[in-house]
Design a binder for this molecule. Sequence first.
Ligand code: PGA
Length: 253
Amino acid sequence: MTLSSTTPRPLIAGNWKMNGLSAALDEARAVAAGLDRQPAAARVAVFPPATLLHRLAQAVEGSFVLVGGQDCHHKASGANTGDISAEMVADAGGKLVICGHSERRTDHGETSPQVAGKAEAALAAGLEPIICVGETLDLRQSGQAVAFVVNQVRESLPLSLAGQAFNVAYEPLWAIGTGHTASIDNIVEMHAAIRAELISLFGEQGRGVPILYGGSVKPENAREILAAPDVGGALVGGASLKAKDFLAIVEAA
Ligand code: PGA
């Protein structure tokens, strides 16, 4: 997938995490139906658990909803019990994949170099990666947030992303699932720092890479966040589980 020369539309990505049984396919159908009635200014993607990926891709086929995986292994195949490869995500109907979500980094010890390997695997399978970065509350409070996140960007983004479509998501850990969003000033400062690093790594291409914000994005705060400079979309957890809330966020883009 190559990058278009125009500024990409914002990406509103719904990360269902470890939520969703068969009945949840109806929520995805409702998102698809909502977008068919009122085509959005944004690109819209849903990231269901792996067990629903294929069925959800089929359920929204032909609609504006893109589907993606929440993670992929850095290897193409092998003895890796419980993991799924980027090619498997693509085979199930995924077009995108989240790499290095903080819950993967924290709960599964994923390091930035490993995340870079996942992004490489995503590209090899023709998937568009969303590479996540973000600081802990300790780092924020000790004034090291920007330096830490910029370093995560440097270590988590392989240079093979040059010329390819990809996204970065800034998700401060203390804002995920807590109801606390970063202030607009915090978001603007961090996105500007990430933008500068993207330009230093990828030159002109770095200017157009969407930088998503994630962390307690809801219908009530989406408009202000999405209007902030250098915010190229949102990675939405809890509020993506109900079609009504998710569509309201899409509407705000
Ligand atoms: P949240 O999750 O919207 O529930 O805070 C965001 C994320 O982890 O992607």
